[in-house]
Design a protein around this ligand. Structure first.
Ligand code: TXA
Ligand code: MG
Length: 321
């Protein structure tokens, strides 16, 4: 564990794995130009090799170095939302190794906003003289499990696979709480592959375009059963929740603060707003497992803003478990 971005940057340069705080979730970083370091990322997560990684860069100027082609709407999105919780999938340049892209002809790029992640990327650019230096980082969890939003979550996921010289950079609890919005920028129109804090309405406003259907770029990480805790998750509405039989001590409840907890149920969290719901979602699912709950009843927040991303992650959690 370290709090020093310079130390984290040096470890990355030495080919080590470094778990990095970002505003969405913690990532497990490796230098994107090192097949050896990238292979360790896949091994640590237990992730299939055809699931590509997101490359994190210092600023939008790096996009052109990683992309063979940047459509005008992609440049608009980068300008509007970077640094921030948005990932752009573009046709790749020769810089993007197969070990990063899973052999696809596209690459996913993101400029994170968390100050510690930015400090690491600044230090890497300064040390290497390469303004487009990339850190490949998937979420720092075992494959198929809930993403970590604190350094303690990272340690509980990965302690036994990190080795001498690897690091976890402390950066507090992630502010957004769910992974970045992924936008496929290889077609005539932007297409959302994974919903996040940047909504469809945000994308349409920033580009002046309607969003389209994905043009073949796949986000294999968006499997139906992703983001699953051990407890089974059931999506439920407020009226049905109110009828839940009492004294079922092993059942957890996750819902906005205004939704009452049926008697005998374990309230996991009572977020006041949809943004708060996203922020606490993964910690609440981890808490359910820590308490040994068999089931979690989840009432999704309203659909606006980040609500679509919360509903998406809840339905994937409900499909797995
Ligand atoms: O917020 C985030 O995006 C976090 C933080 C650490 O930046 N990262 C993250 O990484 O969620 P990961 O590996 O858990 O999810 C990356 C997603 C996967 O669904 C993957 O399939 C998709 O990005 N992806 C990566 N490269 C892609 C590509 N070339 N085309 C389509 N999807 C891609
Ligand atoms: Mg992930």
């Amino acid at each position: 564990m370290t709090v020093d971005p310079r130390e984290a940057a040096d470890a990355l340069l030495a080919g080590r794995l470094v778990a990095l705080p970002t505003e969405t979730v913690y990532g497990l970083g490796a230098r994107a130009d090192s097949p050896h370091a990238l292979a360790r990322v896949y091994a640590a997560k237990g992730r299939p090799a055809d699931h590509p990684l997101i490359v994190h860069v210092r600023d939008a100027s790096a996009l052109a170095a990683w992309a063979a082609d940047v459509p005008a709407y992609a440049a608009s999105l980068a300008g509007a939302f970077w640094p921030g919780p948005l990932t752009l999938v573009v046709r790749r340049s020769a810089r993007a190794l197969d070990a990063v892209t899973g052999g696809q002809d596209t690459v996913a790029i993101r400029v994170p906003a968390h100050p510690a992640a930015r400090a690491v990327l600044d230090a890497l650019v300064e040390s290497t003289g390469d303004a487009a230096f990339g850190v490949a980082a998937p979420s720092a969890n075992r494959f198929g499990r809930v993403s970590p939003t604190t350094s303690a979550h990272v340690v509980s996921e990965l302690a036994d696979v990190l080795t001498e010289g690897d690091l976890v950079l402390e950066g507090g609890a992630s502010e957004v709480g769910v992974e970045s919005t992924i936008v496929d920028c290889t077609g005539a129109l932007p297409a959302v592959l994974r919903p996040g804090r940047v909504s469809v309405a945000d994308i349409e406003r920033a580009t002046g375009l309607a969003t389209g259907e994905p043009s073949g770029a796949r986000a294999p990480g968006t499997l139906a059963s992703h983001y699953a805790p051990q407890a089974s998750v059931r999506i439920i509405d407020t009226a049905t929740l109110a009828l839940a039989p009492a004294a079922d001590a092993m059942v957890g409840v996750l819902a906005l603060a205004g939704v009452p907890t049926p008697s005998g149920h374990v309230r996991l969290s009572a977020p006041e707003t949809t943004d708060d719901y996203a922020r606490v979602l993964y910690a609440a699912l981890r808490e359910a497992d820590a308490l040994g709950l068999a089931e979690v009843l989840a009432v999704p927040p309203p659909a606006g803003g980040i609500g679509a991303a919360v509903a998406d992650r809840l339905s994937r959690a409900a499909a797995g478990g």
